[in-house]
Design a protein around this ligand. Sequence first.
Ligand code: W6P
Length: 403
Amino acid sequence: MSMGHRDRQHVSDPSSRDGSEKKSFTFLRNELPVRLANIMKEINLLPKQLLCMPSVQLVESWYEQSFEELVAFDKADCTDQTVLERFCDTLIKIRNRHNNVVETMAQGMLEMKETHCIEPTNFDCQIQYFLDRFYLSRISIRMLISQHTLVFGQTLPENVRQIGSIDPYCNVLQVAEDAYENARFLCEQYYMTAPECNFICLNPHEKVKEILITYVPSHLYHMLFELIKNSMRAVVEKHEDEPSIPKLDLMICKGKEDVTFKLSDQGGGIARSEVDVLFNYMYSTAPRPPSPNSASNTPLAGYGYGLPLSRLYAKYFNGDLRLNSVEGYGTDATIYLKVFPSDASELLPVYNKTSRNKYDDVSVPISDWSDSSQKNGLHSGPAKSASHFKRPGNGKNGSNGQT
Ligand code: W6P
């Protein structure tokens, strides 16, 4: 697993656990402003009716403020211990400032829905494209900040193996059981019942039974918790009036290239046409009910941004998250992660001419298929194909791709 193009070993290689704080400092004071600036350029390309919303303006101001605080270290002396300490404090302040970016952007979407009638343009596509890139950029920036502050700051890591937030021997079953227990607690609180879960671990290529990978346990937890909550809700709501509810199955298998998590539920499934909707930020931004104890305010309610964000966590280290449903029966949710840390280089949005063009065309795209729902071609996935992202690979393509 690697991050940062110019100095990508410093945060992930166990042998550089004592890698110098100076080196990390000089890397980050350059890299973080670059990442902030890149995404700020894209914010500014958003359709005006969204860009001018108060919440979006607020988010923009946070980015500007953080950018300024970072470039202030441009000429600072990296041999001065007080500079390094001040830098750590600044990073923590920046991370806290950006804690509520997701909620605030969602608020901005609501503000826009209230003040503008959205015309049938490819607006929805643009928003999806932007938010995927925006949140992926945010994940990457928070990762860099976490690594620096955990490795060089005062707080101790959660366990002794961990290098910052990365566990080189992450026990995936433990993380899965933890996510299940916490989802079950929420489910039982609300529904008075929760489905059991069969855990099946397969490790056919290694002598040990345990599946250990280099990963960020908190990211894995986030994804599994989200999927398990969704499965539990579907199963309980479908089988509420029956004497017993069917179990979930979580199969985890470490192959040669991928570690796969397949969560199967018998929650009735969803239509194929609904799957993309669950990953759509626009559809998922429903006004919150005014009353705190109204029906839709359950801890398991709504999909919110849980699924699209979980998929970004998976994609960030070169994995993926997919839903395969059998409508009328149940759903399989699958997470793919890379076995080899060297395959799991971070995925970053690149700001360039191609990405800029995505924001240009506000007209209704004219379909070249008789079925107008075929937006991009025969095998098109949803609007964000991987070609608009950067995989730094082995670092030979060292630039950040700004053109
Ligand atoms: C469902 C809908 C869903 C979304 C994500 C994960 C699992 C499930 N099950 O019925």
